[in-house]
Design a protein around this ligand. Sequence first.
Ligand SMILES: NC(=O)c1ccc[n+]([C@@H]2O[C@H](COP(=O)([O-])OP(=O)(O)OC[C@H]3O[C@@H](n4cnc5c(N)ncnc54)[C@H](OP(=O)(O)O)[C@@H]3O)[C@@H](O)[C@H]2O)c1
Length: 250
Amino acid sequence: MKTVLITGCSSGYGLETARHFHAQGWNVVATMRTPREDVLPRSERLRVLALDVTQPDSIAAALAASGPVDVLVNNAGVGALGAFEATPMALARQVFETNTFGVMAMTQAVLPRMRARRSGVIVNVTSSVTLAPMPLVAVYTASKTAIQGFTASLAHELAEFDVRVKLVEPGYGPTTRFASNGPNPAALIPEAYAPFAERVFAAFTRPAAVTTEADVAEVVFRAANDTSGQLRFPAGPDAVALAAAGASAG
Ligand SMILES: NC(=O)c1ccc[n+]([C@@H]2O[C@H](COP(=O)([O-])OP(=O)(O)OC[C@H]3O[C@@H](n4cnc5c(N)ncnc54)[C@H](OP(=O)(O)O)[C@@H]3O)[C@@H](O)[C@H]2O)c1
């Protein structure tokens, strides 16, 4: 029986991904900054562990407790909606600490074992903002685009050791806690940007298509089991449409 370790399982895409792998018969290590047992089924195949991906001690403790992991899903992430001009550099660094360096640190922590066993899969959850640029998310987009390049490069060097690396690119999911998890957007919209921001936010309220937690969970599972060499997996109808538009434009 295979074991998956997923980061950021307290809500949203990570929580549903934990439920999905469990329903498919896997051993699941669901990690959260603040562990909560009540959001997941009680099962011998499911463990909840504390993990903050920005804290090296927390990463080491979680991996010591989890034992060998066949699949790592780097799902934990934070947003930062606002005008770049008004985004403090301290906040930009904070976003990178979780979305970019957190993914790298987790990857580095599981690699020695995966390389030695010549088996393992790392699935990095980025975003459809890497498929088509959107305004007012420049720092967030940069943090996720860095992981697109990181993962593409890593896929080549780890293929040498039969370790697979995958990208899942979810679309806009209004039903997760993502929007309320970041800084208050109003604080990052200066007066001069207000009319523009109003138009952008109005468009968010009537999206043509959205992504659900189940869409992402299913695609993460598919990516984790993929042996075709495919690197990128858009998740959700809006992300799939953006990926197709990008492919036909390219
Ligand atoms: N929703 C969207 O529109 C959307 C679109 C594309 C991509 N994504 C990406 O999908 C992933 C999941 O987001 P979501 O929409 O499911 O949002 P969410 O409900 O806010 O879930 C994000 C999870 O990440 C966790 N987290 C934040 N910082 C962490 C840290 N330092 N260490 C460990 N865990 C941390 C949060 O835990 P706490 O409960 O402790 O805060 C939360 O469980 C993220 O990488 C996000 O960037 C989201």
